[in-house]
Design a protein around this ligand. Sequence first.
Ligand code: ADP
Length: 197
Amino acid sequence: MTRLLIIGPPGSGKGTQAEHLARHFGVPAVSTGDIFRSNVSRQTELGNQAADYLDGGHFVPDHLTNALVQDRLLEHDVRHGFLLDGYPRTAPQATELDNMLAAQGHALDAVIELQAPDAELEERMRRRALEQGRTDDTIDVFRRRLDLYRRETHEVVSVYAGRGILVSVNGSGDPGAITGLAIAAVEQFLAAPRPPS
Ligand code: ADP
């Protein structure tokens, strides 16, 4: 019964770490970016609505994103836990997630923040652009996404810090070592006694 969320700037390795952490904690990883990309490539109605936002490095509007997550969190496989990756990215999305979970009598257990210096993020992004050819991985678009992260998503991180459920992890360096650090930090956090919320 672990409800986790991973948050970090573009290029922080969030998606990779989400996969490893989800496997370790035995919960499905739910990535809004992956769900959007899959819809774009299948040219579904949602994909067609979201495509330009993804390509331009803009946030998909909250009403589309919230509805997608709402539906996903009602699916059977996530009833005992999940690792959300890429949502919430704005303060209104964070409120919406609280409401969705509260309606099911649930709450988040921990939020993992991956931290890395801008220069390293940019370097990884250049590499990913070459390797994967993601259409939103050009340097201009990357900078826009990083700027959006600082302006909008940082606030979400602060909300969780204030709630005492933020686990910050140094996301610089070898991905395998980072996974180890993140697992240890989350396990330690989950094992520590906390006052009832
Ligand atoms: P990264 O972590 O590299 O920034 P993601 O795969 O998480 O990329 O997301 C890719 C794109 O999908 C975002 O730039 C945005 O256009 C869209 N997206 C994903 N999650 C959200 C969200 N919670 N709110 C709005 N847009 C989103």
